[in-house]
Structure formats: C-alpha cells, structure tokens
Design a protein around this ligand. Structure first.
Ligand SMILES: Nc1ncnc2c1ncn2[C@@H]1O[C@H](COP(=O)(O)OP(=O)(O)O)[C@@H](O)[C@H]1O
Ligand SMILES: [Mg+2]
Length: 252
C-alpha cells in the first residue's frame, strides 16, 4: 500500500486550473523531488495534500485511508507534515515556542505535555543548528534562519510524510549540501519515512531525490528516476522556457 496516493487531482482557482488531473503514488521510504517552473502548481498540490483546501476533483489516500475531505488539523496528526514556502511564524513567540507548536499539532498531538513539546522542540532546534537563537523572538531571525526554524517545526511534527516547499531557497550552496546530508540522516535516524521536496535548486533535488515528478502548467509532465527526469528533453524545454517562453527564478 502506498503511503500517499493521489488520484486525478484537479484544483481550480476561478477559471485557472492550478493542478490538472495529477495522479501520484509515494511509497514509504521514498525520497521524491517535485520540480517545475513558477506557477506550475507545486505549492497548490502541497496545499491539497496537507488539507489547506479540498480539490475540485480526485481523491487523496494516506496509508489507504481516504482523506480527501479531512481538514488540515486532522491530517497533521495522521503524519502529514510540511514546511511553508513563505514561513509565517508567530513573530512575537520564541523560536522554541514556534517549533513546539509543531510537536503539539503533529503525530504526538494529545500524547505529550507542553513540557515534552518544549523538549522535542529543543532537540530539533539543535539538529538544525539554531540553538543559539532558541529564546529569541522568531521575528528577529534572518530569512534563512526562518527557513531552518520552519524545517525544525515540521520535523517536530514527527511526520510520516514530510512535504518541504522550497525550504532551501536563499541558502548558500554549501549550506544546501549540508541540508541534503542532514535530511538523508534524518530519514535514517528518525521515524520520518519519506520526504518530498519542492525545490528550484537542482543541486538539492539531484543530491536528495531518487525520483522526480516534473509539473508544468498544473499537469504532470514526467515522473521518473531523477537522472532520467532531469535529462528528459521535454523537461529541458520547459526549463529553458521553450515552447512557452516562461521565465524562471529562484523563489518559485
Ligand atoms: N490562493 C490562490 N488563489 C488564486 N490563484 C492561486 C492561488 N494559489 C496559487 N494560485 C495560482 O495557481 C497557479 C499555481 O501556483 P503555485 O501552486 O503557487 O505554483 P508553484 O508553487 O509551482 O510556483 C499559479 O497560476 C498561481 O497564481
Ligand atoms: Mg511554490
């Protein structure tokens, strides 16, 4: 049984088809990259998986259970964790409090005390290298530190499926290499069995993902082992802006 199964998902915003008939299966233990030009529907797909809004068409199964109509706060305790492309931390709360919120609403929800959530938060704050900042208001962090906090918060949810949305945007290449190593280690050490990432940074995708799904204009263009997907002529065309002339930048 797949950990996650999407069947023919379509999500529209008014007349715009943001996600167009996308089917995808992710097995436990897989590392998947989701790439595609800006506006191709990657974040919308994550929003549909995590329950931000329901799809107009299609069904979503998590560990075999139909979760299509479950709200986000019911999905997180099942094991769907995520980072947000644009982190919106509680700015006047400390880094530790922000990360503890992840523990409170993730798979440990209802099973751990506030103190235990704080301990879990400390653990992940240290793992991402923010221990020197743990008592600061999160509003004082740099954008990259906010991204690291966002990763710690998602990890503190102890998810089975971790959806990372451009979590490495803005990072130095050396830090990206470290983050890829860190994620691989986390997959081994923690109970987090799968990580799916949306990244524009090909260095991160190629270093991390075993399999890549490329989206283009809301639809699935290809789903293949990483090297095959990234060298596919259709993918190269899309990234070079042919045949549509669409541009590409670092923030998706
Ligand atoms: N909340 C929203 N309301 C209206 N349009 C949206 C909304 N979110 C995304 N879109 C549109 O849906 C399309 C896909 O966007 P998005 O999923 O953010 O793409 P990506 O993450 O691949 O850059 C874009 O055309 C975007 O403008
Ligand atoms: Mg996006």
């Amino acid at each position: 049984m797949a950990l996650l199964r999407l069947e023919n998902i379509t999500k529209r915003f008014g007349g715009l088809v943001a996600v167009n008939d996308v089917s995808l299966e992710i097995e436990a233990g897989e590392s998947i990259g989701i790439v595609g030009p800006n506006g191709s529907g990657k974040t919308t797909l994550y929003n549909v998986i995590s329950g931000v809004y329901p799809p107009e068409q299609g069904r979503i199964f998590f560990e075999g259970k139909d979760i299509t109509n479950l709200p986000a706060h019911r999905r997180a305790p099942m094991g769907i964790g995520r980072t947000f492309q644009i982190p919106r931390p509680f700015s006047s709360a400390s880094v530790r409090e922000n990360v503890a919120v992840g523990a409170m609403f993730g798979t440990l929800s209802g099973k751990v005390s506030v103190d235990e959530c704080s301990e879990i938060a400390e653990h992940y704050i240290e793992l991402v290298g923010l221990q020197a900042h743990k008592d600061k208001d999160s509003g004082t962090l740099t954008p990259v530190e906010k991204k690291l906090m966002e990763i710690a918060r998602a990890l503190a949810m102890k998810p089975k499926l971790l959806l990372m949305d451009e979590a490495m945007a803005g990072m130095h290449p050396r830090d990206i290499d470290d983050m890829v190593k860190f994620l691989k280690k986390i997959k081994e050490d923690e109970d987090i069995t799968i990580v799916s990432m949306v990244e524009h940074i090909m260095r991160a995708v190629a270093g991390f993902a075993e399999r890549v799904m490329v989206m283009y204009r809301g639809a699935k263009l290809i789903d293949a082992p990483t090297a095959k997907a990234l060298s596919d002529p259709r993918v190269i065309d899309v990234y070079l802006g042919r045949p549509t002339g669409e541009g590409e930048d670092a923030e998706g």
